[in-house]
Design a binder for this molecule. Structure first.
Ligand SMILES: [Mn+2]
Length: 282
């Protein structure tokens, strides 16, 4: 099953954007995120294809769902090499560790220079349970690769004391407590006009667990879906976002009617509409 609104295979050359599933949970402690891409594709069929906020039909956005990308257990790029780096992309995880090989490839081949992560967790441990490439270390590895000053984390409300000490003066942080008031506007003003190619990584656990229960590490006091969608719309409108991911949907831990997957599909609609609007605004 393809993501809702995808062009058919015969029309795939007409696509401006790519969707790629990454069914990998080799670095997660509780397994199940490998089933995320399939569940999110299925959930996308349950939503209306007319985007109320933008007054756009999904099919007008012209994207193609390429199916799944294989990552091996060492997180080597695998079939990433077959992708056209010039087209805007959305990757559907998978545990958060998938962001590292994708960013590494795009950093080395596609000119991605900055990463904005929207997440409940700092993911800044040097290693977790002996794994250097764990989903709990992904932003640390990315910062070491692209430079700490090129990393922004938004929505953070959980880290160890050691992680906090390491990151607090080195990366740009807008934590969860800054968001409800003037936080979103402040973030958007600060990123406005930044021209460097940016990768936007969205961990669904940034949402409050009451609305996104199907995650490995639920963290209380999270964002509403409305604020997250407004944030995504703003970031894509103001920064030069060339690729995004949506990670950590774990269907095994979701509610019976799959609300986390539905929220994830809705977020991906917003990313695609954001790409379309930033390319067609003028
Ligand atoms: Mn997280």
């Amino acid at each position: 099953m393809k993501f809702s609104g995808s062009l058919s295979e015969k029309d795939k050359e007409k696509a401006s954007y790519d969707i790629i599933g990454v069914p990998f949970d080799g670095n997660a402690y509780k397994k199940g995120a490998r089933e995320g891409p399939k569940a999110v594709r299925r959930a996308s069929q349950r939503l209306e294809t007319f985007l109320w906020h933008e007054k756009l039909e999904l099919s007008d956005l012209r994207y193609y769902d390429h199916g799944d990308l294989k990552l091996d257990h060492k997180l080597e790029a695998g079939s990433i090499k077959e992708l056209d780096v010039a087209r805007k992309k959305v990757f559907i995880g998978g545990d958060h560790s998938i962001s590292y090989p994708i960013v590494k490839y795009l950093f080395e081949h596609g000119g991605v220079a900055k990463v904005i992560a929207v997440d409940a967790h700092a993911d800044f441990r040097d290693s977790y349970k002996g794994k250097k490439f764990s989903n709990a270390s992904v932003m640390r590895r990315i910062a070491e690769l692209i430079g700490f000053e090129s990393v922004t984390e938004i929505g953070i409300r959980s880290s160890s004391a050691d992680e906090y000490d390491l990151m607090k003066d080195k990366i740009r942080i807008y934590d969860a407590e800054m968001l409800p008031e003037k936080g979103v506007e402040c973030i958007l003003n600060e990123i406005e006009g930044e021209e460097e190619k940016t990768y936007l990584s969205i961990d669904i656990d940034v949402l409050d667990p009451s609305i996104a229960p199907g995650v490995e590490n639920p963290e209380p006091c999270g964002m509403s879906l409305e604020s997250l969608l407004a944030l995504i719309r703003g970031i894509i409108g103001k920064a030069n976002v060339v690729a995004s991911d949506l990670v950590e949907v774990n269907p095994r831990l979701d509610s019976a009617n799959g609300i986390t997957s539905i929220s994830a599909a809705r977020i991906i609609f917003e990313i695609l509409a954001g790409y379309w609007e930033s390319d067609n605004r003028y």
